[in-house]
Design a protein around this ligand. Structure first.
Ligand code: HDL
Ligand code: ZN
Length: 436
């Protein structure tokens, strides 16, 4: 029988849930994948700033309510509205339609709808309002910079990793403008370059336009040119990692310019600069093109291809998030085989409480605390409030269960261990991955 002193350091089973919830709630977050930007990248609205209609910082109630997840959902709720007719409306008219159809005429029970409800409540606004008018007035009184400070504080997020798409003309132009973009250390950059691997025929002519001599076959000279392209953008952006999304049909090894660029230019460039590479696999772009950003679908990925890449480059830190629920177990097993592979987050269509719980429980049982449970994938600043509130609740529930199993097996679950694990899973593992 363990002595009373030892027992005293363990948290009593009936107090575990409270202790875990407190530790998970208090642990700061480094959000590993978002589409968020600070005001320095321009913003379409806000007190005290010159509105930039093409600004990259999206915030406020109209952006929240017209999140592409909710566009897909309102087109189901109101099939009489065609996608074309929806997109012909102004942003505020789109938001008014979504608010009426999904939040007034129906119960906002979907995860994306509940997210808006959580967000408004956390900002002290009433999600039961029948109109958005009052919320719009509140947001119009905020400054973008003040809203960033407020939301990061409320969400308990201290670092928000951006997605910086070097093939997006709007964003490219901002980085290349005289003096570049003022940097906010809370928003580290990520160099994103999907077309280099998934659409070389489209990427090559643009690279040539930018002064990089590449050809359709991605021959040796092209590889050198892509290395130079990547080196220049890594120098300009100072990213914390490089990233790309890949379709479910991606195979490696396989012939073709995309994989040649991946293996002979991208991975070597990441290695040269000591950067991890993130692969986000399983998205089928434009399954319904009429839905535009809301029109992407899902496919089951060939996890053996990811494993082969990890095997070929054992020194390269590879982070992976897969879109299909069916792939989550194989991803966790692959991570057991390759210590350079780190699963991260419950991406997009598995970012729902039921699938976060299933995935996180499985990952803890197969990997221990050696993965990154979540990223928000937020596109609108205030989404951090709900995405992290909802995910912390699921993580706390799963951790509590696992600690109860451990305690039943005789292991003392101490407050220090709970705090260590919560901090590691919400920030520490990310910092270790990115700051090596
Ligand atoms: O490719 C990606 O990074 C995806 O997250 C897409 O941006 C997608 O539109 C999205 O926002 N999913 O949540
Ligand atoms: Zn994303």
């Amino acid at each position: 029988m363990a002595d009373s002193q030892h027992q005293a350091t363990g948290v009593a089973p009936e107090k575990l849930a409270e202790a875990v919830s407190r530790a998970v709630g208090a642990a700061p977050v480094w959000d590993l994948h978002t589409h968020l930007f600070p005001p320095e990248f321009g913003t379409p609205m806000g007190r005290g700033v010159t509105p930039d209609p093409h600004g990259l910082m999206l915030w406020g109630v109209d952006e929240l309510v017209t999140y592409h997840y909710l566009i897909a959902e309102v087109l189901r709720e109101a099939p009489e509205v065609t996608p074309e007719a929806f997109y012909a409306r102004s942003r505020s008219e789109q938001a008014d339609l979504i608010w009426q159809k999904l939040f007034v005429d129906a119960t906002p029970v979907s995860e994306a709808c509940r997210g808006v409800v959580t967000t408004l409540t956390k900002l002290g606004l009433d999600p039961n309002e029948k109109s958005l008018a009052g919320h719009r007035r509140w947001f119009a009184e905020q400054t973008p910079a003040g809203q960033v400070d407020r939301v990061l504080e409320l969400a308990g997020v201290d670092t928000v990793t951006m997605t910086n798409d070097v093939f997006d003309e709007n964003e490219r132009g901002r980085w290349l403008a005289e003096g570049g973009v003022a940097r906010d250390p809370r928003f580290p950059a990520v160099l994103r370059f999907d077309p280099l691997v998934v659409d070389w025929p489209a990427a090559a002519p643009r690279l040539r336009d930018w002064g990089y001599a590449v050809d359709a076959q991605a021959s040796a000279g092209s590889i050198d040119a892509v290395r130079r392209f990547l080196g220049e953008w890594i120098g300009r952006m100072k990213p914390v990692y490089c990233a790309m999304s890949l379709p479910p049909e991606w195979r490696y090894p396989a012939d073709g310019p995309g994989n040649r660029v991946l293996a002979e230019a991208i991975v070597p460039a990441c290695s040269e600069h000591g950067l991890p590479l993130a692969l986000m696999i399983g998205v089928t772009r434009g399954v319904n093109p009429a839905l535009r950003q809301a029109g992407d679908g899902i496919g089951v990925t060939h996890v053996d291809s990811l494993a082969a890449l990890c095997r070929d480059f054992p020194q390269q830190r590879i982070m992976a998030t897969l879109l299909a629920r069916e792939n989550q177990h194989a991803l966790a097993v692959a991570a057991r085989k390759f210590s350079n592979l780190t699963p991260f987050g419950c991406w997009w269509f598995i970012n729902t409480p039921s699938l976060i719980e299933e995935t996180t429980r499985m990952r803890l049982e197969l990997l221990g605390p050696t993965f990154v449970p979540q990223h928000s994938d937020a596109r609108v600043l205030e989404q951090l409030l709900y995405k992290w509130d909802h995910s912390r609740a699921v993580l706390a529930k799963v951790l509590t269960d696992k600690y109860q199993d451990l305690a039943a097996a005789g292991w003392r679950v101490t407050p220090a261990a709970i705090e260590r694990d919560a901090n590691r899973l919400l920030r520490g593992n990310v910092a270790t991955l990115l700051e090596q």
